[in-house]
Design a protein around this ligand. Structure first.
Ligand code: NAD
Length: 272
């Protein structure tokens, strides 16, 4: 596909990656970065229109690519969908990198009293069960292809580490579960060479949060004030961390809560 000569180049040269929620903010930035670094990427998402847009963006970098790119619809709450995306990448030689990134923060998610049970269940199904299915089928693919190394990155959040006084209880619980699950997976599969790390982003300039904040300046300020930098993060800043965790450069990084937050979780008071 690319024209970089015979030897694949890049920090992910020759690796096959799957990204769930790949058409969203973090997912799409990561897709582009992975492709630039020589990976083949299967972009997956529940939204077909978003996948079409994602493919159009990916096509812009075809001249710089040495790998392949494809899209496939996948609802991570359905095990058959997750199995199908992994089987697709089995045709490329098996999964090397799995980025279990799909997640929601529902507008009706609230505190212990007001969160509707159906929103609780929906959130756990996508944010937790989806990560389990992705991890499970990545392990099966790595074993099937007798790979001695693999990297699985699961997206959690800083709310798994610090309490949020603006409640989103189902979301917070789900991200805590991602951290705990990822840590255990890291221990269980360490001797197979399969690494599992969690990504903990702080609030970002992506549709997930920004659509929810809208024009409400008070809501916005309440969050921005916690950043030593005074700003939300950008999706590309998460993607750069995911690239490191996906690559062999992080070969001794396993079971971490990889925090990319501009220092937010280390702040006591922040500059005016
Ligand atoms: P986003 O809304 O831009 O992207 C999420 C993507 O997931 C969307 O494309 C959506 O269609 C897809 N998706 C939703 N339900 C799905 C399902 N059932 N199956 C497959 N795909 C599904 O959000 P983002 O900011 O890129 O978030 C990515 C991850 O980062 C999420 O897990 C989110 O919880 C986490 N996160 C985001 C922030 C933030 O401020 N944006 C902060 C911390 C953590």
């Amino acid at each position: 596909m690319g024209s970089q000569g015979d030897v694949p180049r890049g920090r992910l040269a020759g690796k096959n990656a799957i990204i769930t929620g790949g058409a969203g903010g973090i997912g799409l930035e990561t897709t582009v970065l992975f492709l630039r670094e020589g990976a083949s990427v299967l972009i997956t998402d529940i939204s077909e229109p978003a996948l079409i847009k994602a493919m159009n963006k990916a096509k812009e970098i075809v001249p710089y690519m040495t790998g392949q790119v494809a899209t496939m619809k996948c609802d991570v709450t359905k095990e058959s969908d997750v199995q199908a995306i992994v089987e697709r990448v089995d045709e490329w030689g098996g999964v090397d990198v799995m980025f279990n990134n799909a997640g929601i923060m529902h507008a009706d998610d609230d505190d212990a009293v007001s969160t509707p049970e159906k929103i609780w269940d929906l959130t756990q199904n996508i944010n937790v069960k989806g990560v389990w299915f992705g991890s499970k089928h990545a392990v099966l693919s790595l074993r099937k292809h007798k790979k001695s190394r693999g990297s699985i990155i699961n997206t959690a959040s800083v709310v798994a580490l610090v309490g949020s006084a603006t409640p989103q209880l189902a979301y917070t619980a789900s991200k805590g579960a991602v951290l705990a699950m990822t840590r255990e997976l890291a221990m269980v599969h360490a001797r197979e060479g399969f690494r599992f790390n969690s990504l903990c982003p702080a609030p970002l300039n992506t549709p997930l949060l920004q659509d929810w904040l809208g024009d409400d300046q008070e809501k916005r300020h309440r969050r921005e004030v916690h950043f030593p930098t005074g700003r939300f993060g950008e999706a590309i800043e998460q993607a750069n961390a995911v690239l490191f965790l996906a690559s062999d450069e992080s070969s001794f990084v396993n079971g971490t809560d990889f925090v990319v937050d501009g220092g937010m979780t280390k702040a006591y008071t922040t500059p005016e």
